[in-house]
Design a protein around this ligand. Structure first.
Ligand SMILES: NC(=O)c1ccc[n+]([C@@H]2O[C@H](COP(=O)([O-])OP(=O)(O)OC[C@H]3O[C@@H](n4cnc5c(N)ncnc54)[C@H](OP(=O)(O)O)[C@@H]3O)[C@@H](O)[C@H]2O)c1
Length: 258
């Protein structure tokens, strides 16, 4: 049986990855901070599951997962770097601690775990990595927020590594979801009550599209045609227009005022 490591598997997109990969017959290593929720998910899945409780915003947490990824006796076929969060705080009122924690989770953990997983995959000429990024990383879509900048890094980094390793039989893909119904906005304290229903996808749809795109050899996956139109706009619309749309959207979706 192939083995997949999924970070941030207690909720949302990570839990959906765990369920769909289990249905495909993957053995799983599930990573997050809340051990009880990981164990409850493990108990409902029809495959062997290893629970690895780790805080990926810490060096110790990243080291523990990196050690599992480099264990020569238990090779990993698929790594899903999914754990991530946003902040709902004006940069002007933010703190070094909050911003550094965001960078450690959204950027440093992705770098560290990819660097652990890739060399053994290249050596075996087999392996896949999905780094969960975001549509928001294609432009400065949330005035004052550092979250899109972290996701711009994830997309660029993943595309870059994908080109390096594909001739070795290894795939890396950035998954860029748009608004997805998970615990993400509640955790960040972002009120989405006034967002239109048509912008949302559910986590299962996002994960199905991601696995399909990975197998098609895509380097960047953007699930849902509305999100693909949005990305096209972010890449090609005049910056001034984008900035006006971003400011209007910010007022509507309950971000903290600047
Ligand atoms: N939902 C959206 O609209 C959306 C859109 C674009 C991109 N994304 C991206 O999708 C990914 C998954 O988010 P989601 O929407 O599924 O959010 P979610 O429902 O809030 O799940 C986040 C997961 O990350 C884990 N996590 C958070 N901090 C962690 C830490 N320090 N160490 C280890 N695990 C940690 C959480 O588990 P514990 O709390 O148990 O640690 C949880 O399993 C993120 O990278 C996010 O940026 C989401």
């Amino acid at each position: 049986m192939p083995t997949a490591v999924v970070t941030g598997a207690t909720a949302g997109i990570g839990a959906a990855f765990a369920r769909q990969l289990a249905a495909e017959g993957f053995e799983l290593v599930l990573v997050a901070r809340r051990g009880e929720r990981l164990s409850a998910l493990a108990a409902e899945l029809p495959v062997p599951v290893e629970v690895l409780v780790a805080d990926l915003a810490t060096t110790a947490g990243c080291d523990a997962v990196a050690a599992r990824l480099t264990d020569p006796d238990r090779p990993v076929d698929l790594l899903v770097n999914n754990a991530g969060r946003s902040l709902n705080r004006s940069f002007l009122r933010s703190t070094p601690e909050l911003e550094e924690e965001l960078l450690r989770l959204n950027v440093h953990a992705v770098l560290r775990l990819t660097l652990a997983a890739l060399p053994p995959m290249v050596e075996r000429r087999r392996g896949e990595i999905i780094n969960v990024s975001s549509v928001s990383g294609f432009a400065a879509t949330m005035p004052g927020s550092t979250y899109p900048a972290t996701k711009a890094w994830v997309t660029n980094f993943s595309e870059s590594q994908a080109q390096l390793v594909r001739e070795h039989g290894v795939r890396v893909m950035a998954l860029c979801p748009g608004y997805t119904r998970t615990e993400f906005h509640e955790v960040a304290g972002i009120d989405m009550a006034h967002s239109p229903a048509w912008v949302w996808l559910d986590a299962d749809t996002v994960v199905r599209a991601a696995l399909r795109d990975l197998r098609r050899g895509r380097l960047v996956s953007v699930p849902g045609w509305i999100n693909r139109v949005a990305v096209f706009g972010m890449r090609h619309a005049p910056r001034r227009l984008l900035h006006r749309v971003a400011r209007d959207a910010r007022g509507r979706i309950g971000h903290e005022e600047q």
